[in-house]
Ligand binder design. Sequence first.
Ligand SMILES: Cc1ncc(COP(=O)(O)O)c(C=O)c1O
Length: 474
Amino acid sequence: MDTIQQNARARCHWLPTLDAISTPRYQALVDQLAADIANGSLKPGERLPPQRLLADALQVTVGTITRAYREAERRGLVEARVGSGTRVRDRHSDAPDFHHLSHAADGSIDLSLSVPIPHAMRHQQLSAALATLARHEPSMHTALAYQSEQGNRHHRRQLADWLTTQGLPMDVDELLFTEGGQHADYLALQALVRPGEAVASAALTYPGMIAAARQLGLKHIAVPVDDEGIRPDALDRLCQQQRIRLLYIMPEHNNPTGQHMGANRRNAIAEVARRHDVLLLEDGVQFVSAETRGTPFYRLAPDQSLYIFSTSKLLTGGLRFGALRAPAPLIPKLCAALRAQCWAPPDLIAAVACQWLTSPEADSLIRWQWQEVAIRQQRVQEVLGAHQPHAHPCGFHAWLALPDPWRATDFVSRAAERGVTVISADPFCVGSQPAPQAVRLCVTPPADRTTLETGLSRLAELLEEEPLRVSPMV
Ligand SMILES: Cc1ncc(COP(=O)(O)O)c(C=O)c1O
């Protein structure tokens, strides 16, 4: 061992042993890294040795170490950041962060949050709904009383009638109220899937679902997708290999990737689900207009499909009001879980949400928002069209695959330096699925189009530049 190697070994706090016979060296290095993370010798957030130092210590080329670190990043084991080297990924810190409510710095143009477009109409309409209820003695009376777990029937009827106008006819007895879409998601998983059982979704999916499955100790498996989302043949194969209790789907436009399932695809998925007795949990929170919506799964496979509704993207997320449609035989189980959690979601909120949602003013607000979103999505295409962002015309977000050699983590931090907040694919990845070099841009948080356009132009300019890469010499 020469002095350079000796010095390097003395300075490396992590020293893998390489088995050069069985696998390529970079691969052996990644395997050892994964094992050391799993057995706790490498801690979340811990920095890996600089590449040159580790190369000297192991007497391999810097190229081997670079390749290993890249592969480890692709496998979701580590994160590389300009200026701070490569660190073990802190999966735990990913979890509570999933909604990114605190990410946008003051003064930054936030394109990270999936929220309704800010508008004074929302305040006015909420005030009007509250005032109407306050004057209505029977509503005040029921709001003061304990309600059944499923929610007050009169309000369920109001919501069911409204959903029918949106092309989503539902039976009131198959509907129960929740405290928003996230709660409906958690409730369905908690009541219908036992710890250790497997649920499946696209590899890139809504982070709240990932968090709920993890919290409940469920096995979460990624199903391969194509341009229309989950592939029925892949789902079929997976179900032949192991028991899948529930499939989570967003057929209108997958959050974050935006794929839309056509009619044939929906029928094929429903057929596989029926054959293997898989529950289908359709998340309709990213609500689209009746004109653009395909057939919901609960109409294709009513006995095994659940549908999640929420007012969060239509009226406001602060109301925390949602609903779950489930086949009648599953309602008692869901009600039992609700009772154990909170007895029942507050009827006052259900009353306000239903009063507001069914008003003609809400109708104008929702229509205005869809039109405005469509215009904003056009702007995304105009400014970033060369990079082919993927989006649904009613969708709050667009998915932007970054051109080579951009890495998403670098792009997110460089965009932040220019005062624009976007999020990378990481929080949307199921398990250790590799994160593609892509970002999600939400078009709805800016109050006006000019701010959105400024943010988009800054991103377009950034894409024209060379990324600053982590140097192999660090
Ligand atoms: C697909 C999806 N499901 C559920 C939710 C959570 O909805 P809520 O705010 O109603 O809990 C969101 C919020 O962004 C979402 O995008």
